[in-house]
Design a protein around this ligand. Structure first.
Ligand SMILES: *Cc1c(COP(=O)(O)O)cnc(C)c1O
Length: 493
């Protein structure tokens, strides 16, 4: 399988190892596979009896054909080990006979980013070998919270890789800050920035664009790489859990062969829901793909009108990982529905004017699979509370946006086929907002909200968030955005 850029009409092909190492295509587009592989009847029958790691390795093998089956299985076994995903990698919890929560947050940082960031570093490490790379990959990450911790945990002590994370000093929660400051691993470093998330992100972009820096790093035996969600190495592992959810529904007798189910995904950058779309194209019988947004409902508007317009107010919500106005992975859907030439034209318009409108044909193609709903802050809180009161199921703020949207869809359409809602974070990752949603006072110190929530509900705090206050703080440096490059040089071995 070869990969090409979403903006390249000539479809110049690259191997998956190169694509994972490089991240973004040279023309600014995103890498997509030349074709979408399908699952055979025999493969489906075999995967029904397989565990999560074997399922994931089989799906990855369809795309990463320059990796051997043994390599992928070994990496998936290590990534999704029971010791790291306590309670299973992607368990499906039946909430009411129709709606099921696909819990993707049992990994080492308690958010779904672990599903990709536990495996991708291993794929990158092999990519370095496969491409004969002798330099060390230096991964720079600017984070507003979840991605930074998941990346640190995924890349820690991975051979051939070093990582530097920057976060806004006052822009992340106390839990998130402590999670990062206490990170273990000899090849990782964390630095706070005096500024906001944009300052951190712009600083990283500046370093990536700095030719002199690239030359200096090269002389020292390093090259820059990134871990963000537009890398194919992060997207491919996400397809696996939608396949796995289908097989679990079949095995549980909730679905007969050939019967469809629906999928609803709380969406930010459009990566997670795009993985579900690819699962559908691979042959998983998914009916509707429901795109769930918070108050930043630019995708809901796009799916209903065909116009994507980021010239609008930006809101800070209690589901911060979905506070996004540019959903980068949407470009991949445009590619598969409109082709490279039109995608490049839409992206140019987005760049220049902040908006584009898709043609009627493209809109119809998207409508065939997707619909969009959103939940504002009130609906999100009400969903958390109702689910706890009625079912004693505790969910986080992002998952609540998904569950609210799924409920709206079912009420509006009467479509009550089984519904899989992606549950993207542990409720304890956003304990203060969950506690408030349940109608309780939030303690002054955010860390105390975890204890308050567990005493209130009896639901256990997941292991990555236990005893955070007692862990040893390793990283305390704070720098100004202008000094970020010096901070990077300071980390070179
Ligand atoms: C990143 C994230 C999302 C959004 O996922 P996308 O792939 O960006 O659409 C939703 N929920 C949580 C908890 C996240 O961390």
């Amino acid at each position: 399988m070869k990969f090409h850029s979403t903006r390249d009409t000539a479809k110049v092909g690259f191997d998956s190892a190169v694509v994972i190492k490089q991240g973004l295509a040279a023309d600014g587009g995103l890498f997509v596979p030349d074709s979408i592989p399908t699952l055979t009847e025999a493969e489906i029958a075999e995967l029904r009896g397989a565990d999560y790691a074997a399922r994931a390795a089989a799906i990855l093998g369809k795309f990463l054909t320059d990796y051997t089956a043994e390599e992928l299985l070994a990496d998936c076994r290590a990534a999704y080990a029971e010791s790291s995903f306590v309670g299973g990698a992607a368990p499906l919890v039946d909430l009411d006979g129709t709606v099921h929560a696909l819990e993707l947050w049992h990994g080492p940082t308690a958010a779904f980013k672990d599903m990709a960031l536990q495996i991708m570093p291993r794929l990158l490490s092999r990519a370095l070998q496969k491409t004969g790379e002798t330099r060390t990959a230096l991964i720079l990450v600017a984070t507003s919270g979840d991605t930074g911790k998941a990346a640190l945990e995924g890349y820690r002590d991975i051979p051939g890789v070093q990582m530097q994370v920057f976060y806004p000093v006052d822009g992340v929660s106390r839990v998130q800050k402590l999670q990062m400051a206490t990170q273990l691993g000899e090849n990782v470093s964390v630095c706070a920035i005096r500024g906001n998330f944009d300052d951190a992100q712009n600083g990283v972009k500046r370093i990536f664009a700095d030719r002199a820096a690239a030359e200096k790093l090269n002389e020292r035996g390093y090259f820059l790489s990134s871990a963000n969600s537009i890398n194919w190495g992060r997207l491919a592992p996400q397809i696996a859990y939608y396949v796995s959810a289908w097989l679990d529904l079949l095995n549980a007798g909730k679905l007969a062969e050939g019967e469809c189910f629906n999928v609803c995904v709380p969406t930010g950058n459009f990566g997670n829901i795009f993985a579900a779309y690819l699962a559908k194209r691979m042959g998983v019988p998914i009916g509707r793909l429901i795109c769930a947004s918070n108050r930043n409902n630019i995708l809901t508007d796009f799916l209903s009108t065909g116009t994507y317009d980021r010239n609008r107010a930006f809101y800070t919500t209690m589901s911060p990982s979905m506070d996004i106005l540019i959903s980068s992975n949407l470009e991949r859907l445009l590619y598969f529905t409109a082709g490279a030439e039109t995608t490049a034209a839409y992206m140019k318009l987005l760049n220049e004017t902040g908006a584009y409108t898709v043609s009627d044909e493209v809109k119809a193609a998207i409508d065939a699979d997707f619909c969009g709903y959103f939940a504002d802050e009130e609906a999100t809180a009400a969903t958390i509370r109702a689910l706890w009161d009625d079912k004693h199921y505790l969910c986080d703020t992002h998952t609540a946006v998904g569950l609210s949207s799924a409920k709206q869809y079912i009420a509006e359409t009467g479509d009550n086929r089984p519904m899989v809602v992606a549950s993207t974070a542990s409720p304890y990752k956003f304990a203060a907002d969950v506690l408030a949603s349940l109608g309780h006072d939030v303690p002054a110190d955010q860390l105390d909200a975890l204890d308050a929530l567990t005493s209130l509900t009896g639901v256990e705090i997941p292991y990555p968030l236990k005893g955070l206050a007692e862990r040893k703080v390793r990283f305390t440096s704070v720098c100004s955005p202008a000094d970020m490059l010096d901070e990077v040089y300071g980390q070179l071995k």
